[in-house]
Design a binder for this molecule. Structure first.
Ligand code: FAD
Ligand code: UDP
Length: 367
């Protein structure tokens, strides 16, 4: 018998397991995958830490969270500064003075840029934007929309922007300084040596069973512990009684190249619709690796999600939000099961939010 069964060894489940063990509880962790770590898992290939489930940059403004995660790894001073490639043009992201002065040859100062964007906004302004295209043009004007948003967003969501709802982009951050830092947070970095070591340390001394799907032996597992922390999909837990929640999926095409530097940056977004992938990640640049003679890149293809495939981005539109609410109400009826993490809560949660929520959950439930 265990005090707690933790379903899922991702960041959420692993923090719970660590904190419970620290409080003297006996914990069993299971995961259906063949490795620990969930989506933050990194694998060392050719001496390079590959972010197997997509680029993960830790960023937070919460000092407590930053100190907490730094117990488990030393972080470097990586600052995410993606490059956007549109046809044969290269731009800095997020939209900032470096981007604008390259887009327009006749602007040099923040005031000139503001004037330019205002002119563009005015030209195509639509009183009540009915779709994402109209909303984006209202916010940043046509040039930025056409070159940097239109193709990328259509690829990401699998639909042209004039068929996507406007609420997806309520705001598009525009910065009138020469600052390429993608995030506004106070703390940012990549764990030197990869993310997997963080999970390994959290789970040290705890019984972990991999290749073990909760649903294959649900009744048996439910008998093993008096309480369960469930970080898998909430709709699956309830046997899809109200129908499946929808996700957007991503396919990663990983290549090892016999060259030492493919694109000179960790992240390059391809904003042109003609290129089938959304971005290319070159993993060695997350850790400023200058020693390996090879490099590893991942091309990211955004794709439709079907039941049984790896879910990535929850689709938080009205239909799915209402559906989630029904599952949430069901979850409140099962007293000894706590639902957490990105699948348990059907919510896009950055790692820092996961840390906070997992710590809060344990504080709340452990007497
Ligand atoms: P997961 O990591 O998904 O873990 C859930 C675990 O449960 C998995 O290991 C799964 O195998 C297991 N599981 C599911 N069902 C079962 C079952 N039936 N039986 C047993 N085990 C089961 N956040 C950032 O802060 N910065 C970033 O740059 C960033 N980039 C991202 C890029 C992408 C492409 C994606 C998709 C997410 C990104 N995130 C980023 C978010 C980050 O991945 C999450 O915050 C974090 O992984 C969530 O942890 P989790 O434990 O909730 O979920
Ligand atoms: N986006 C865009 N062009 C880019 C990058 C992002 O139009 O080059 C838009 C796009 O609509 C995307 C959203 O911004 O869905 C969020 O993108 P981001 O890369 O920040 O999110 P992530 O995919 O990493 O969660």
């Amino acid at each position: 018998m265990y005090d707690y069964l933790v379903v899922g060894s991702g960041l959420f489940g692993s923090i719970c397991a660590y904190e419970l063990t620290k409080r003297g509880k006996k914990v069993l962790v299971i995961d259906k995958r063949e490795h620990i770590g969930g989506n933050i898992y990194t694998k060392n290939i050719e001496g390079i830490n590959v972010h197997v489930y997509g680029a993960h940059i830790f960023h937070t403004s919460n000092k407590k969270v930053w100190e907490y995660i730094n117990q488990f790894a030393e972080f470097n001073n990586y600052i995410n500064s993606p490059i956007a490639r549109y046809k044969d043009e290269l731009y800095n992201l997020p939209f900032n003075m470096n981007t604008f002065t390259k887009l327009w040859k006749d602007v040099y100062t923040p005031n000139e840029v503001k004037k330019k964007i205002e002119e563009e906004k005015k030209e195509y302004y639509i009183e009540e934007p009915k779709n994402l295209e109209e909303q984006a043009i209202n916010l940043v004007g046509k040039t930025i929309y056409e070159k940097l948003i239109k193709g990328y967003t259509a690829k990401q969501w699998g639909k042209p922007c004039n068929e996507l709802p406007s609420f997806i982009i309520k705001r598009l951050p525009v910065r009138f300084t020469f600052d390429n830092n993608y995030f506004n947070d106070r703390y940012q970095g990549i764990p030197i040596g990869g993310y997997t070591q963080i999970i390994e340390k959290m789970l040290e001394g705890i019984e972990v069973r991999l290749n073990t799907d909760f649903f294959y032996r649900k009744e048996e597992f439910e008998k093993k512990a008096s309480k369960i922390i469930f970080t898998g999909p909430i709709d699956q837990y309830f046997n899809y009684i109200y129908g499946p929640l929808e996700y957007r999926s991503v396919r990663f095409e990983v290549e090892t190249l016999n060259e030492d530097n493919y694109q000179g940056n960790a992240v390059v977004n391809y904003t042109d619709i003609e290129i089938p992938y959304t971005r290319i990640i070159e993993h060695k640049h997350f850790e400023f690796d200058t020693t390996s003679t090879k490099t590893i890149i991942s091309k990211e293809y955004s794709s439709k999600w079907n039941i049984g495939e790896e879910p990535y981005y929850p689709i938080n539109d009205k239909k799915n939000s209402e559906l989630y609410e029904k599952y949430y109400q069901e979850s409140k009826k099962v007293g000894n099961v706590y639902f957490g993490g990105r699948l348990g809560q059907y919510k896009y949660l950055d790692m820092d939010k996961i840390v906070l929520e997992a710590l809060e959950l344990i504080e709340r439930i452990v007497e």
